[in-house]
Each structure stands twice: as C-alpha cells, then as structure tokens.
Design a protein around this ligand. Sequence first.
Ligand SMILES: Nc1ncnc2c1ncn2[C@@H]1O[C@H](COP(=O)(O)OP(=O)(O)OP(=O)(O)O)[C@@H](O)[C@H]1O
Length: 672
Amino acid sequence: MGAIGGDEVEQWDKMNGGEVVNGGGGGLGKLEKILVSVRLRPLGDKEIARGDPAEWECINDTTIISRSTFPDRPTAPTAYSFDRVFRSDCDTKEVYKEGAKEVALSVVGGINSSIFAYGQTSSGKTYTMTGITEYTVADIYDYIGKHEERAFVLKFSALEIYNEVVRDLLSAENSPLRLWDDAEKGTYVENLTEVVLRDWNHLKELISVCEAQRKTGETYLNENSSRSHQILKLTIESSAREFLGKDKSTTLVASVNFVDLAGSERASQALSAGARLKEGCHINRSLLTLGTVIRKLSKVRNGHIPYRDSKLTRILQHSLGGNARTAIICTMSPAHSHMEQSRNTLLFASCAKEVVTNAQVNVVMSDKALVKHLQKELARLESELRCPASYFSLEALVKEKDNQIRKMEKEIRELKSQRDLAQSRLQDLLQVVGDNHVPKHSLASRRNFTFDVPQSCEDEQSTAESSEVVDSVPKFRFPGRQDAQREHRSQQAENNVQFTAPSRYSVSSPPFSGMPPTDRRDDASQISNEDSNDLCKEVRCIETNITEGNECLESSAVGSNSLQDSNNAGSSMHANNDSNPSVNSRLHEESPITLEQHLENVRKPFANLVKDIGSSMRNSSCSKVIGRSRSCRSLVSYSLFEDMEKDDCTPPSRSLMTSLGDLKTVKEGDLH
Ligand SMILES: Nc1ncnc2c1ncn2[C@@H]1O[C@H](COP(=O)(O)OP(=O)(O)OP(=O)(O)O)[C@@H](O)[C@H]1O
C-alpha cells in the first residue's frame, strides 16, 4: 500500500475542502488537528441517589464549565473549549454527526480514520462508541449502495488489549497475539483474524461476537465495566468497476478504527481489589502512556514520542499524529464526586486538540499500473532535475544578451553623438558657404569646422558663386586663379554638353596647410596640401590622358611635371604633417617669413598651376575634369584665405590642418 497523488487526492481534497500538503511519507497529505469533542452524560441512578450534584454544564456548543472551583486547585481553569461539547441530553446520533461522521467516513475515500472514546470508568464510552460504530457502518453501507460504479470489499477485525496482552476478539482461542513492525504496514498484529464482510448484518453479528468476547467486570462504579481497550477495525477497499482486472486498475484501501478505551479509575473509588485492581493498574498505566504520547505530540512532533511504551500506543501510532484522521470523544460524568477525574479528562482533551495528523490517500495498484506509475514518476523527477539546469543556462544567456544590448546602446549613443557633431560642423560650413558676407570674426570663430564640398560644386551656379566668393576677398585676390577660372568657364561653356566628370573626381576637400615653402623643391612644392591633393586628382586625369597618347602631352609637359612634383610635395607634406612629428616640428622651427613672401610663395604655384591647367583645358578631353575640380577648389581657397586674413597671414595652425583633415575623413565617411 502506498500514498500517492492523482485523482484520488484531488477527490479527497474536494470532499474535505482542506489544504493538501506534502506529507512526511513522500506523498500528498492533509495536515489537520484531531477533532476533539466532549460528551456529558446524565447523572446516573446511583449518583442521583446519593445526592451527587451535577457540577459541569455546557454553556454552548463548544464550551463546558464547572459551577464551582476545584477544592484542591482553586486557580485551575473552570471553562474548557473544544471543537464540540454535547450536553447530557444529546443523543448519540448527534454526537456521531457532529463529532465523528466526517472523520469516520473518510475511510471510503481511502483515508485512514480513527474514532476514540476516552474517559473515566462509567462515563459512557462504550455507550457512545457502540452507537458511533453502528451509525458509521450504516453510513458506509449507504455510501456503498449509492456508488455502484465502484466495487467495495469490507473486512473486519477486532482485538482487545487486556492487561497489556493483545487478544483476537474474533477468535475462540485465547492466545495472545504478537505485535510486529513493518516498514510499509507499520505496527501490525500477527495472526489477527480478518473477516470479509458479506453485508451489514454480517458485521452486526461480528460486533456481537466481540462484545461477548471482550473482558468486562463489575465494579463499584460500573456494573458492566470494560476491563480492556477494544479496537474494532473496519477496512474498506474500493476500485472503479470499469478498470477491474485491467492495467489501470487501482484500489483505495483504508481502515477506520473504533477505539473504546478502558476507563481510568481510582481504586479508592472503584473499590477494586484482586483481579479488578490488577486490571485497573494496567488500564491506568496504558492510559498514562497514551496521555504522554498525546501531550508530547501536542507540543513537538519531531521529538521522541514513546509509542512503544504501551501496546495501545504502538497499535494506534498512525492514528495519533500519523497517516489518519482522528476524532476523540471524551466522555465525562457531571457528578461532583468525579470532578477531579473529569478535570483530568478535560486536560487530556485539551492536549489532544493540539495534536496534528497527516492523513494521506492510500492506494494499492496493480503491478502493471504500479510500473506505469513509477515510470511516470521517474520521468517527472528526471524532468525536474533537468529543469533547474536549463533554467540557469537560460538565465545566464539572458544576462549575456542584456550586457550585449547595453554595450550596443552605448555604441549607438556614441555614434549618434559623432554624427550630430559632424552634422553641426557641416551646418556651420554650409552657412559659411551660403553667406557671401559673413563677418570675418564669425569665420574666425569657426576655425575648427569640418569642410565638406558638396557634389553640386560642378554646377555652373556653384562655380559662379565660388568665383564670387573668391572675388569678394579684397586683400587676397588671386588674379592668376581668377584668370584661370574665367578661362575655365569659357572653355566649359564650349564643352558643356560634351563632358561629364566621374563623380569620384568631384570630391575635392583637401586640407590646406598654408605653410610656407620649407622644402628644397620647385615652386610646385610650395603649393598647399589642399591644392596638392586637388591637383593630385587632376594630375591623375592628366596622366591618364597622357598615357592614352594624347598630343596634349607635349604642350602640357612642363605643367604636368610641375603638377606631379606639386602633388608629390603636397602629399609628402601632408603625410609628414600628419604622421611625422619630427618633420612637422622641423617645419615649425624654420624662421618665419613675411606676409608678402608667404603670399608670393602661395601665388606662384597657383599661377603656374592655373597656367598649366589653362593649357590643358584648351586641349581636348582632359580639360573637363580640371574645370570641374577648380570650382571646388575655389571654395576651399575662399575659406582658407578668410582664415589667413583674420590671422594676419599667420600660417594656419595645426588645429586648422587637423580640422581640414577631419573634413576629409567625414566626407569620405559620408560617401561610404
Ligand atoms: N449519554 C448517556 N445517556 C444515558 N445513559 C448513559 C449515557 N452514557 C452512559 N450511560 C450509561 O452509563 C453507564 C455506563 O456507561 P458505559 O458502560 O458506557 O461507561 P464506560 O465509560 O464504558 O465505563 P467503563 O470504562 O467502566 O467501561 C451505562 O449504564 C450506560 O447506559
């Protein structure tokens, strides 16, 4: 037999509306306190005869009080509350319904249950339990009759513990029975007769047999006093009829114990002697152990519980804080003469109501069903083992992705910042280009701009505007260049329709160092980096045409060579300025030159260049490329000379060179 989850558990939970929790046995269980009620019997004939007043009164359904204080314990409480208290006029059926029925009938759902009657001798235990057993069995058979879809098997066994000896009440033999402990079944009674019930009448007969077999005796307090603890055990097995004999077949198995305890007694009151006295000692001793077990269970569940100190507690171990639902009905006499014994009963009941049991659904499975169930359980456990690992790996993956996202967001922010800066510089530049009358001081404040020459610089309008810009510079007029521009415009007008420059030649944004010539090179080497780079492109065009064997080679041979040299010089200078600090430093260490010298240095190469370009333009095909580049170059020249003017012709600083270098970088980036 085992306790498992599944439909049976849910069914039980619905039936009881309770909290299903993990049980100590590994299955699902229901933790709940023992249901404790107190039944007050009427005064007996003897008690009335001797004028023994009723001391106890049930003031409501849950509280019982004593009318007077205890003589020897004036501070002891006089009111006690329980799940239910029953007045002396309550019949046993009401006691059953409210104090035992729910717990007792759990057995049909596969839950073990136990109904106890506890109290002093002659308090009405047997009177109560006889009725409880009958009502329970009646309801069980009623339940069976209403659930024809299930097949029920009822088994009955009965024992008594007399003088600490276990006897089979259904056996004619009077031999004592031994107790055994089994890991699965718990403590069980060896060779105890178990009868399969045919019907309700069959059970009645067997109960009658038990009554006849049970040890009773006459005492001063009870003419028919029970001298032993009696345990009637009704075991119910049920299976769904549709699965009978099939693999899926499972069986609910549970037992309900009807425990009629022997009554505690004081020898002085019972006036017992001889055998009755001995019986009384055993009774009291086992009841004392039961009280100790209950008291300990009510305080700490995990401590040592002395179940083995008596056969009663060994046999009822599962009913006391184990796999069972339990109800205890404490019976008591209202007589003042039994006040102290009644108080002990109430103290026992007070402890019992704190005891928690852990009832589980008990299911027996067919071998095939058991194998299937175990396979299912194994798969579930394996899945649980895998889940934590996959969960942690997923968590790590998510963290890694989060870090990547944060990193990328940071990069995006930086790129946006760079983009905004470039756009800002471009705006500044466009504003400068578009405004021909920009105050010089504003230009001075834009020394670190990025200069981007638009593709449309090849347009005629742009060219004209550029020319105007150049013309608008009063102090640094560049007659040679203007002449070349005029020549170029004239030539371009002639060839306007014929030439379309490749877009790669339209980009012209070289940095212009404006440095004085410091290298021992020809005039071309004195051209600024800007023009050098510009010319570099132009020279390439020229060279291309030269290699094509055009006749312009001879006519422009000098200019080409000059340009090539200029290009080399410019490239060299640019490279040195950017990448060779020593050379750059050397350049700065040269003695300063005058403004006139500087202008002359700048003018000469341009004059030569323009002259050469003019010659080339008059030649056939190469002129188109040069003309286009010139219009761009004019823009650069304007800005450059504006700066030079502002700085009183001081050579452009390294920062300007850097800015122009940046311009080239940005422009190339935009093109990409
Ligand atoms: N609630 C009750 N109403 C009427 N009579 C009762 C009630 N309870 C008990 N009695 C009567 O009291 C007497 C003693 O009852 P009972 O034998 O059941 O006591 P007990 O606790 O079992 O005693 P013991 O422990 O000695 O066996 C009986 O005659 C019984 O009929």
